[in-house]
Ligand binder design. Structure first.
Ligand code: ADP
Length: 262
């Protein structure tokens, strides 16, 4: 990845947005959106101004995870023309393809349609001043992901995986995609790393060492290992991400640690 890291400092061209980071995964279901939401909350709790763009066109779940339900996006007039007004939850500015009214959603997210929507979502949103804009990408390495990454002024990417070997081989592809488009990978987050047993012991449900092995192989940091915890799931389903509950739970500690590392 050494050549990839040369492009580390890229100019972020969204006015007033300091850093734009993509949150991605090699495959679906590894907890990418959950991680993006809780990381956004952890950054916000650290006193930073945070925006979250849900660009997961195949499964835009972020509004539900933040308790925003079916709220419609407002369009406002500004001196620079019409702009989408992001919604707000837990102090985070949120925009999602899931917030588009049904009639505005394309049946197929093909290149030109994606290009138009993503460009609008990035450049025609009244984000205001942000320290971080996190972009939740669709899983995988297809056309949709490449279009979004190329259309967005992304400064770096974070890749979420589980420790399972099958997930790991997909992550390699994902990291190579970012290198090909010149986006540096800031690190890997391993989710569902272990379950905490009744006696406090770690139970590696999906195997262990995958994230560490990959981080070493690709010379990129392992930013954190998030335990498997039913409260994470409940938090997402009820629209109250676990990181919003100020507690010393191991899950919250890991999100705070990752927020401090990026
Ligand atoms: P992806 O965005 O990768 O498709 P999601 O974030 O939607 O994945 O997560 C998939 C499912 O796994 C959801 O039901 C979510 O609540 C659950 N989940 C994610 N991370 C954890 C975790 N650390 N502990 C328990 N459940 C989790």
């Amino acid at each position: 990845l050494s050549w990839c890291k040369k492009s580390y400092i890229q100019l972020c061209t969204i006015p007033n947005v300091k850093t734009t980071l993509a949150v991605s995964s090699g495959k679906g279901g590894v907890g990418k959106s959950t991680t993006a939401v809780n990381l956004a909350v952890a950054l916000q709790l650290a006193g930073l101004k945070v925006g979250l763009l849900d660009a997961d066109v195949y499964g835009p779940n972020i509004p539900q995870m933040l308790g925003l339900g079916q709220t419609d996006v407002q369009v406002i007039d500004t001196p620079n023309g019409q702009r989408f007004l992001p919604l707000e939850a837990f102090g985070i500015k949120v925009m999602s393809v899931g917030l588009l009214a049904e009639r505005d959603r394309p049946l197929a997210w093909r290149g030109p349609v994606l290009h138009k929507i993503i460009t609008q979502f990035i450049h025609e949103v009244e984000w205001g001043e942000l320290d971080y804009l996190l972009i939740d990408l669709p899983p995988g390495t297809g056309d949709a992901q490449i279009t979004i990454v190329q259309e967005s002024p992304v400064c770096g990417a974070i890749v979420v995986t589980t420790p399972q070997q099958i997930a790991i081989s997909d992550v390699r592809r994902s990291i190579h995609m970012f290198c090909q488009v010149g986006v540096p990978v800031l690190g890997i987050i391993e989710n569902m790393s272990y379950l905490i047993g009744t006696h406090g012991e770690s139970i590696p449900i999906f195997g262990s060492g995958g994230g560490q092995q990959l981080a070493a192989e690709l010379n990129t940091p392992l930013l954190g290992q998030i335990p498997l915890d039913p409260d994470v799931c409940t938090g997402s389903d009820t629209g109250k991400p676990i990181a919003t509950a100020i507690s010393n739970s191991p899950v919250n500690q890991v999100f705070l640690q990752i927020a401090g590392a990026i």
